[in-house]
Ligand binder design. Structure first.
Ligand SMILES: Cc1cc2nc3c(=O)[nH]c(=O)nc-3n(C[C@H](O)[C@H](O)[C@H](O)COP(=O)(O)OP(=O)(O)OC[C@H]3O[C@@H](n4cnc5c(N)ncnc54)[C@H](O)[C@@H]3O)c2cc1C
Length: 482
């Protein structure tokens, strides 16, 4: 008789989900307080998105500040007693608390009374005609190629969208010897000038941005501010990008001239969405925060959610950037240690103080950056009816509007009517834009909440869960009497 492969189990004091700047710091803080901590990540190394480790054996990549910061974090982790388990994809969270993962070979599960969710953000692309053509990739995804593999994603690249990743990606491509055909920034120059005093509140990051901007200028890359991608064209793959001017709200300027740029790669992204999958799955309290990237858990000032023993930190729970993710991670780790009785409340406050100070000092900078990346509703309104919005299920804007007209009033109804958000990405790519489309009619985005989150949080191969089941093991019920 076959059996379901539940995998091996392990018990700890604290489980930390995600080994980016937030999760790794949370794990280190909890472990330094004497707790047994398991840190899980689907990547092969700690560092998360921003401090991603280059693939093994890749030498000669530029030694950036981010690579150095990542290496320092990884060394601290090795020197600690945290049980770091890379290559583990979390697909289910349940109970109080059980975390199920798929590893290289087998499923495993971990149980602990304290769970810290630090799974980071994912990127937002506001759809346009042709965005599913091969050759069009995400802006944040491009950083992954650049950092992990030193890969230039095309021969002639247009970098488009919003926020600081535009300059980071364009400068990264140039540094690797690639060709950037244009940078297309939805924000007008005035918006950056307005943000400048806030950006100057963290001089090191402002200086880094200035270095990237100078590199783009030196390479004589045309920069189109107050512009956005209108459509991507090509026969089977990207050949041209059509761009046009937008107004301050991100809406195309009617009657203005669009123009075409030859390119074989378009890196495009419109900010980040907080990936609050775990806390949503566990039904903690949430709120909508446009500046912070969508639906985020309600947290106290140490990262405690509304559920006992469940904490959240980092960009997955509100877009703030790497430095604040580190501090938020330490605070959540200390809170778990305090709640577990490993340190006193006074000790927690003492150790938390410098991190609260960092958090406060970075707030202006992070608010300004988050503002540049926030979703622009007018850009969503401009999506054409024939444009695919949910690319997993091939659902167009027109089909979504038709479902709304037919009576779909909330996000789950819209999902039932159209299947949008039911594909492998589980709405990570389309969910925020679909909610915005629904809000055009209802007028209240915050009241829409979020799609109900259920496992699997990530695609799981059935084979990995089935163990030694075979067809003959499937119980066939007696046929019902006619
Ligand atoms: C694709 C991408 C690229 C980015 N690149 C940059 C950049 O170049 N520069 C910059 O300043 N900011 C970048 N950001 C923003 C970045 O999110 C933050 O500034 C910073 O990394 C936040 O740290 P964090 O620890 O909160 O999250 P992250 O660094 O994102 O770490 C989260 C970790 O959780 C893991 N994880 C998530 N889900 C699961 C799961 N189900 N199972 C197992 N592990 C999981 C991830 O593998 C990741 O290692 C990027 C964001 C994205 C989405």
């Amino acid at each position: 008789m076959g059996k379901v492969n539940k995998g091996a189990g392990a018990i700890a004091d604290v489980i930390v989900a995600g080994a980016g700047p937030a999760g790794t710091n949370a794990a280190l803080a909890a472990a330094a307080s004497g707790l047994d901590v398991v840190l899980l990540d689907e990547q092969d190394a700690a560092g998360g998105q921003v401090w991603r480790k280059p693939l093994d054996g890749l030498n000669g990549l530029p030694e950036t500040a981010e690579l150095k910061a990542g290496n320092a974090l990884r060394e601290r982790l090795i020197a600690s007693n945290v049980r770091f388990l890379p290559g583990r994809r979390i697909w289910s969270v349940s109970g109080q608390y059980r975390v199920d993962v798929i590893g290289a070979d087998n499923p495993e599960f971990f149980e602990a009374p304290h769970l810290i969710a630090a799974t980071g953000a994912h990127e937002r692309v506001v759809p346009f005609e042709g965005w599913t053509l091969p050759g069009v990739i995400g802006l944040a995804g491009a950083t992954t190629l650049i950092k992990s593999g030193g890969i230039v994603p095309g021969n002639r690249i247009v970098v488009a969208g919003s926020g600081p990743l535009l300059t980071a990606v364009a400068a990264g491509i140039l540094k690797l010897g690639g060709t950037v055909a244009a940078v297309v920034d939805i924000a007008p120059l005035g918006a950056w000038l307005k943000a400048l005093p806030a950006l100057a509140s963290v001089p090191s990051l402002l200086a880094q941005g200035a270095v990237w901007t100078l590199a783009i200028g030196r390479a004589r890359v045309p920069v189109y501010r107050g512009h956005a991608v209108v459509r991507a064209l090509g026969n089977g793959r990207l050949e041209q990008v059509v761009i046009g001017p937008v107004d301050a709200a991100g809406a195309p300027v009617a009657g203005s001239d669009a123009f075409t740029i030859d390119a074989d790669c378009l890196c495009v992204g419109n900010g980040l969405v907080a990936g609050s999958d775990i806390t949503r799955c566990l039904r903690a309290g949430h709120t909508y925060d446009r500046l912070r990237g969508g639906v985020v858990p309600v947290l106290d000032d140490a990262g405690r959610t509304s559920r006992a023993g469940l904490y959240a930190c980092g960009d997955g729970y509100g877009i703030r950037g790497a430095a604040m993710a580190e501090s938020a991670g330490v605070l959540a780790g200390l809170a778990a240690a305090c709640d577990a009785g490993a340190i006193s409340a006074e000790e927690m406050q003492r150790r938390a103080a410098p991190h609260r100070a960092t958090f406060a000092a970075r707030r202006r900078f992070s608010d300004a950056m988050a503002g540049m990346m926030a979703l622009r509703p007018e850009q969503v309104r401009a999506i054409a009816p024939e444009t695919v919005v949910c690319r997993c299920e091939d659902i167009t804007r027109g089909a979504i509007d038709a479902a709304i007209a037919a009576g779909a009033k909330d996000l789950n109804q819209l999902k039932h009517f159209t299947r949008c958000g039911m594909g492998p990405c589980q709405a990570r790519m389309c969910g925020d834009v679909v909610a915005e489309l629904l809000a055009i009619g209802t007028g209240d985005r915050a009241a829409l909440g979020a799609l109900t989150m259920r496992p699997p949080l990530r695609p799981v191969p059935l084979e990995a869960l089935l163990g030694d089941f075979s067809y003959s093991d499937i119980p066939i019920p007696e046929p019902a009497p006619l």
